[in-house]
Ligand binder design. Sequence first.
Ligand SMILES: [Zn+2]
Length: 83
Amino acid sequence: MSEYQIRAKDCKCCGKHVPLPTVLKEYNGIPLCPTTFSNVIEYKRIWVSLGSRPHGNIRKHFSDYVQQIVESTIDKNEDGSLQ
Ligand SMILES: [Zn+2]
């Protein structure tokens, strides 16, 4: 196994998809493959542009893992609106 294949396991979604990433990004100290990283950035961008938690018809395009990362790192009120 090459170095990047070992490091790829740090991205929790990467046990499930092939090919493994050749580089890892980092979001709030969380190692992520570029695909998941891009999805986190996009989901957060949508959340910010709406000013509140996106509805299910948007959320369905993002994995539970992506949603969980944004949920835990975005500054929001309990109802999902931004602070
Ligand atoms: Zn991944």
